[in-house]
Ligand binder design. Sequence first.
Ligand SMILES: Nc1ncnc2c1ncn2[C@@H]1O[C@H](COP(=O)(O)OP(=O)(O)OP(=O)(O)O)[C@@H](O)[C@H]1O
Ligand SMILES: CC(=O)C(=O)O
Ligand SMILES: [K+]
Ligand SMILES: [Mg+2]
Length: 482
Amino acid sequence: MPRHTKIVATLGPASSDPQVLERMVHAGVDVVRMNFSHGKAEDHVARAEAIREAASLAGRPVGILADLQGPKIRVGKFAEGQVELQRDAGFILDARCELGNAERVGLDYKDLPKDVKAGDVLLLDDGRLKLTVARVIGHEIHTVVKVGGTLSNNKGINRQGGGLTAPALTAKDMDDIKTAAKIGVDFVAVSFPKSAADMYMARQLMRASGVDALLIAKIERTEAVANLDEILDASDGIMVARGDLAVEVGDAAVPALQKKMIRAARDRNKLTITATQMMESMITSPVPTRAEVSDVANAVLDGTDAVMLSAETASGRFPVEVVEAMSRVCLEAEKSSDVALDRDVLNRVFTRIDQSIAMAAIWTAWHLKVKAIASLTQTGSTALWMSRLNSGVPIYALTPEASARNQMTLYREVFPLLMSQTHQDRDVLLWEAEQILIDQGVVERGDLIVLTIGEPIGASGGTNTLKIVRVGEHLPPHVSDL
Ligand SMILES: Nc1ncnc2c1ncn2[C@@H]1O[C@H](COP(=O)(O)OP(=O)(O)OP(=O)(O)O)[C@@H](O)[C@H]1O
Ligand SMILES: CC(=O)C(=O)O
Ligand SMILES: [K+]
Ligand SMILES: [Mg+2]
């Protein structure tokens, strides 16, 4: 059985070498993430070319996700690169400071002093340092260090409980969307959205730049958790961005939120990526900890579409081994994933014919214990509906559209394949689909498969036919002459 949960790997200095990329793809990377918070536009463009090369060598699509930096609020730089903050000492965040020292540091978001008040708790460097606001005097935020340590250049700032108002899309993000257009990315992830309006704005900017990508909302702010339903409606999927989320809502709240978000996304036919520190110790160690193995397995059991690697593959020592380890853990966890088809659809009414066919196909495939579903799809929507049920039956999605094929790399249980649509005859196309599955080694003569197709051929949204066939038994008469 192929692995059903997808693996997203962040690219960086440790994964720029074409040979390393090739080995990572071989180990099972489905989607690569370009983090626009780091590196230059040219680096991302060069890595995109290298990954396309590696994918074509592997004979399998690899999706590309552009993760925008967003309004992450950061401290400025220090004259010495870093300072030591001592517990109970005073420290000033000063919107007008150019170069920091042990007494004060600058801010990249100049309006921060307007957003905070005495008593607020500020967390720096993903929560490693903690400051409380004593008072705000003009452009200066005077704080007292509660948890000290080393603070270095450009570390992030969050407010406990959320509520900072920086807009979700910055001028840099708008430039980066143009780079994403140049690369031809398949997914764009928006950092720190607060509401559906932020996602509508991102979609408009993408369209204006000619980006045809699925839009992912990173849930990493308190407000985004509160507005989850409207954000889901405005997006194609979400990322459970546990790094910043844990800082805003408290780390202990994150596991339950992860489960709730994955469930909510599935119910609305949306995608999910579970991210951050999944195999963190493998940045420097060749094997994961027991806790990390459990974390990845639990995300699989929660029903996530994909699990993500960050610094593990971007700057870690074992970019290939970590993909192998993650893949192994996903495969094992999938064996005990719970299937609840009846519960999932029992009280639902479908208004669309194609959606009803998708549900019927999954139901039939599961109860007949077929080896595979083959779905001839234009945009991938039939495959998306099928994959939301988590049936455990692999769905081979055959599409003539390269963009649909690449976007389906993120869908759990879906294996996208390119298929030419030269014939207008349904039976010939179905026969071709069967041949592709045989060539891929997915099925052999005598196996049962479930097929879905729409007529007229080539129109999107038209899936209206479900067929169950035994592979190799019924060649259409005019095809047997081919
Ligand atoms: N393209 C890159 N170039 C250099 N280092 C990178 C790159 N991508 C990631 N890294 C390194 O890996 C670490 C973790 O990666 P990740 O993508 O989670 O970044 P991050 O800094 O936590 O993201 P952000 O601060 O934007 O939320 C980064 O802090 C950085 O040190
Ligand atoms: C991925 C990311 O941005 C986070 O976890 O915060
Ligand atoms: K980012
Ligand atoms: Mg983040």
